[in-house]
Design a protein around this ligand. Structure first.
Ligand SMILES: [Zn+2]
Ligand SMILES: [Zn+2]
Length: 643
């Protein structure tokens, strides 16, 4: 009789053949046996520790979501005989399942699928785990080619390799799966199907395009409601929608996927962002460099990119000098700047900064608006220094990160130190030195951080800074990498105080990441209502009638003279429509210009919240806005009656 230790310290004797679930509380939907996730129906054959897994903890939610994915696939198969199902994992906040259907379905079918799912849930069908020999599994999935392919390629590690495969069955529907699952479909319920998308089988563009149904599932109805409310808020802020509505950028078909053009309003926003970042770097002792977009293959061979990063690079262009590659990173170019002369210790630290445009051949399926692009501009810098300077330089980067991101209202970073991955170009001694430097800098900074094993870049360990946006979503923004390998590969040197040659160290860092992605994050963070300094226009002037146009134009000219961006709405629409149009463009301040304003020379100012204040003297208005822009204030100026 196995002896089962329970979390409260007590122990239970489990009769031979009894499932682990019989000693766990009813709230459990799965169990952990000696730390391993198992079904409640798991029968221990030896002594061990058992813990309940409930639907409100992360592991439990994953089990719940994946079980809901099974039920969704079962419902689809019931409704569309001949449906072929591929894979259906739990993902963050939910799940999906990929299908090949006799006829493609549309979003209007989701309700019907949900209805069928609810029937399966009310039937409380038990999930039954079966171990099948490979041959038996191939037979079970005779008319399911995707499942057969998974079984046939088990060695590739999709599912635990072995002579048998695990199948979960409820009612007559089976899926190839490692589990665990909830004991019965009756334990599910707080779910909703969200949307349809296309996805290539195994993410491979040469394989069939499948239909992916996304859903979400939670442990309670109230959690589901709260999630749907968050989703709705996120949708309102979607940068792709706002980018279109606010006329900031677009990605016309002729460009190709993942490439964007910035329109006039987006151009001003980009200029302000770039100027701020570039100027601050100059103030902090960085030097600006400029490098081309392409280079010969020899550069990428030396840097190691062709060996380790070629999958993410565009194919080469050829001419009589050989192959040229479009750059996926700026680092090798900055190395060439360093190597353009003999360097001495007096030149170090050398901080080379560039808003460098890079191109990465990301998979089409992973592209997402500005958040995942194929062409983007990084606020990239490489700091080349002596080993003694390394920690201070890393601390300087942390400091600059907090200053820059604080300007946008991003505070309280979530910091992660990622150590080297399996595939790398760095030898262990160098990796250890790099990790030690980052750890020492983090410890000295006093900032809290976590360690993520094996998640670093192929040329070195890294520190990532995530920040939460206005609706609490974390975004990974800043990356700092410490690199002993590239200096070695490029034989970078400096002459030390001792007159000997030494090898410098290199820090790679991007604080905003790509400006494209950062812009996407900012748009969602601010819901399109940028702080004044980033707003494409500061002031919208709305003449009530044609006779007020001249006064409006004269005021706009004076505002521009004061360095403010002012536009006059000359559309001839009613003033109500003009106010509405300005609101839709998230205009920070609108000035309604009518008889009263022309007569008094004073202003009627409307802010974003719709507060309207009359009798504001022109000079007071200008002074407040100039101050708001120059301090990059996040809140709007207030105007009392009479200024
Ligand atoms: Zn499963
Ligand atoms: Zn770099």
């Amino acid at each position: 009789m196995p002896r089962i230790e329970l979390p409260d310290g007590s122990a239970a004797e489990l009769p031979e053949g009894e499932p682990i679930g019989s000693v766990l509380p009813p709230a459990a939907i799965a169990a952990r046996f000696d730390g391993r996730l198992v079904d409640l129906s798991f029968v221990p054959t030896s002594d061990g520790r058992a813990e309940p897994v409930t639907a409100s903890e992360p592991d439990g939610l994953r089990v719940l979501r994946h079980s809901t994915a099974h039920v969704m696939a079962q419902a689809v198969c019931d409704l569309w005989p001949g449906a072929r199902y591929a894979i259906g994992p739990a993902v963050e906040d939910g799940f999906y399942y990929d299908f090949e259907l006799p006829d493609p379905i549309s979003e209007s079918d989701l309700g019907k699928i949900e209805d069928r799912m609810r029937e399966i849930v009310s039937a409380a069908q038990p999930f039954i785990r079966e171990e099948l020999a490979r041959e038996a599994a191939l037979e079970r999935f005779a008319d399911q080619p995707y499942k057969r392919e998974i079984v046939e390629t088990l060695e590739e590690g999709e599912v635990q390799a072995g002579d048998t495969v695990t199948v979960y069955r409820n009612d007559g529907w089976s899926d190839l799966c490692l589990g665990p699952h909830v004991p019965s479909t009756g334990r599910l319920g707080a779910f909703k199907l969200l949307k349809l998308a296309g996805a290539y089988w195994r993410g491979d563009e040469s394989r069939p395009m499948l239909q992916r149904i996304y859903g979400t599932a939670w442990s309670s109805g109230s959690d589901l409601e709260a999630y749907l409310a968050r989703l709705e808020e996120a949708e309102k802020r979607d940068h792709r929608k706002l980018g279109r509505d606010l006329d900031l950028f677009s990605s016309p078909d002729e460009l190709g996927p993942g490439l964007w053009i910035w329109h006039r309003r987006g151009g001003i926003f980009r200029k302000e962002l770039e100027d701020y970042v570039r100027d601050l770097h100059l103030e902090r002792g960085y030097d600006l460099v400029v490098t081309p977009h392409i280079a010969r293959s020899v550069l990428w061979e030396t840097s190691g990119h062709l060996a380790k990063y070629a999958d993410n690079m565009y194919p080469p262009m050829k001419d009589e000098q050989g192959d040229y590659y479009v750059k996926p990173m700026n680092c090798p170019f900055h190395v060439l700047v360093y190597r353009s002369r003999t360097r001495s210790y007096r030149d170090l630290p050398m901080r080379l900064a560039e808003l460098g445009t890079i191109y990465r051949h990301e998979r089409i399926g992973t592209l997402h608006g500005l958040l995942r692009v194929r062409g983007g501009t990084q606020d990239d810098s490489h700091i080349i220094c002596t080993p003694d300077q390394l920690i201070d330089e890393i601390l300087g980067v942390f400091d600059l990160t907090l200053e820059i991101l604080g300007t946008f209202g991003f505070t309280e970073p979530i910091i992660k130190l990622s150590t080297l991955p399996g595939q790398t170009i760095v030898d262990e001694a160098m990796a250890a030195k790099a990790t030690e430097a980052l750890t020492n800098a983090l410890d000295r900074s006093g900032l809290p951080y976590q360690i993520a094993e094996g998640e670093g870049a192929f040329y070195g360990p890294k520190v990532d800074f995530d920040f939460k946006d206005a609706i609490g979503r974390p975004w990974q923004l800043t990356t700092v990498q410490c690199d002993f390998a590239l200096p070695e590969r490029f034989e970078m040197e400096y002459v030390g105080e001792d007159n000997q040659r030494h090898r410098p160290v290199m820090i790679h860092r991007a604080i905003l990441g790509t400006l494209e992605r950062f812009s996407g994050v900012l748009i969602e963070h601010y819901a399109g209502a940028f702080p004044l300094w980033l707003s494409p226009e500061h002031v919208w002037l709305l003449p009530v009638a044609d006779r007020h146009l001249e006064h409006a134009r004269a005021l706009a000219a004076k505002l521009r003279e004061a360095g403010l961006r002012a536009v006059v709405d000359e559309s001839g629409e009613t003033v109500g429509k003009k106010v509405r149009a300005a609101q839709l463009m998230r205009a920070p301040y609108t000035l309604v210009i009518g008889d009263r304003e022309v007569g008094s020379g004073e202003l009627t100012v409307r802010d974003r919240e719709g507060n309207e204040i009359g009798g504001v003297p022109f000079d007071a208005f200008v002074e407040a806005l100039v101050e708001e822009v120059s301090t990059r204030r996040l809140t709007q100026s207030r105007f009392g009656a009479g200024g």
